[in-house]
Structure formats: structure tokens, C-alpha cells
Design a protein around this ligand. Structure first.
Ligand SMILES: O=P(O)(O)OC[C@H]1O[C@H](OP(=O)(O)OP(=O)(O)O)[C@H](O)[C@@H]1O
Ligand SMILES: Nc1ncnc2[nH]cnc12
Length: 144
């Protein structure tokens, strides 16, 4: 099952990414599997409490209320995503889309191209985001 997840998520979009971005913690697992399948680098999008104290520049943004009504501060080292990159976000589950929307904003802050959000389960509460982000998934929540 784990062996098949990366290739399955990697096949959801035609455009070839140069970087996969995965939010901690479940997004890191499926994101790393996808990056390995695509043979590209992986960047972990960390919650503020997980970011190291260092001298590097970070990009950070705060989500709108997520599925647990939390405003989460996410970020990563600025140098990890460059202006020529094409970035695919990968996650296990999408619900409000707050995490994915912050990921897209951070990618745009770096001047990189956003491809979309590839998820294992699509549980979007606002179906418009499926087109707007865009979101592609392996399963719809109603199939579970
Ligand atoms: O669409 P949204 O409402 O933003 O929700 C989706 C996010 O919520 C879950 O992560 P969670 O915050 O539970 O963290 P975890 O992976 O560490 O369990 C899931 O893995 C997504 O990253
Ligand atoms: N409804 C949900 N159940 C499990 N994980 C989730 N991640 C985001 N929304 C979720």
C-alpha cells in the first residue's frame, strides 16, 4: 500500500513538478513518497512550533480556520523553493482547504509556480476549491 501511494499521487497531474511540498505531519509522509516516485526534492511545510531557530530566512503564513477551527502558522526556509520551481503540494486529506491555500500563498511568495494539491482523500467542504486550487485526489470522502 505505501509503495503504491507515491506513484498514484504523482500521477494525478500532467505537469511535472520540480519540488513536492508536504505539510507536517501526515502530508510529510505522503509528500515524501510522492517526491521519491517523481525523483524530485521534497520540502516540508512546518508548523511554527516545529521550525528550527536558525539564521536562515523563512517564509511564513497563517491559515484561515482549518477543520479544527485552528489558525496554524506554517512556513519553510525561503531558499528551499526558487522562482523557477513548479510546486506540487501533497497531503493525506483536504477539508476546509485552509492548509492548501496557505501552501499556495507561500509558493507564490517565493515566486514559484503552483501546480495544485494532490490528496489521498478529498473531503472538501467548499467544492469550488476543487477547481480553484485545483485539487485532485485518489478518493472522495463519500467513498469511505
Ligand atoms: O483542509 P484543512 O481544513 O486545512 O485540513 C487538512 C489538513 O489537516 C490535517 O492535518 P492536521 O492539522 O490534522 O495535522 P497532522 O497531519 O499533524 O495530523 C491534514 O493532514 C491536512 O494537512
Ligand atoms: N475530517 C478529517 N478527518 C481526518 N483527518 C482530517 N484532516 C482534515 N480533515 C480531516
Amino acid at each position: 500500500m505505501l509503495r503504491e501511494l507515491g506513484p498514484a499521487l504523482a500521477g494525478l497531474y500532467d505537469e511535472a513538478p520540480t519540488v513536492v511540498l508536504g505539510p507536517v505531519s501526515r502530508g510529510s509522509l505522503v509528500g515524501a513518497l510522492t517526491a521519491a516516485a517523481l525523483r524530485v526534492g521534497f520540502v516540508e511545510m512546518r508548523k511554527q512550533d516545529g521550525s528550527a531557530v536558525d539564521s536562515d530566512r523563512w517564509v511564513r503564513r497563517t491559515t484561515a480556520p482549518d477543520y479544527q477551527d485552528r489558525h496554524v502558522v506554517f512556513g519553510f526556509r525561503r531558499q528551499l523553493i526558487r522562482s523557477g520551481d513548479r510546486v506540487l503540494m501533497v497531503d493525506d486529506w483536504i477539508d476546509t482547504g485552509a492548509t492548501a491555500r496557505v501552501a499556495r500563498a507561500l509558493v507564490e511568495d517565493c515566486g514559484a509556480r503552483w501546480i495544485g494539491a494532490a490528496c489521498v482523500v478529498d473531503g472538501l467542504t467548499d467544492p469550488r476549491l476543487r477547481h480553484d486550487l485545483p485539487v485532485r485526489s485518489l478518493l472522495d470522502v463519500r467513498q469511505l
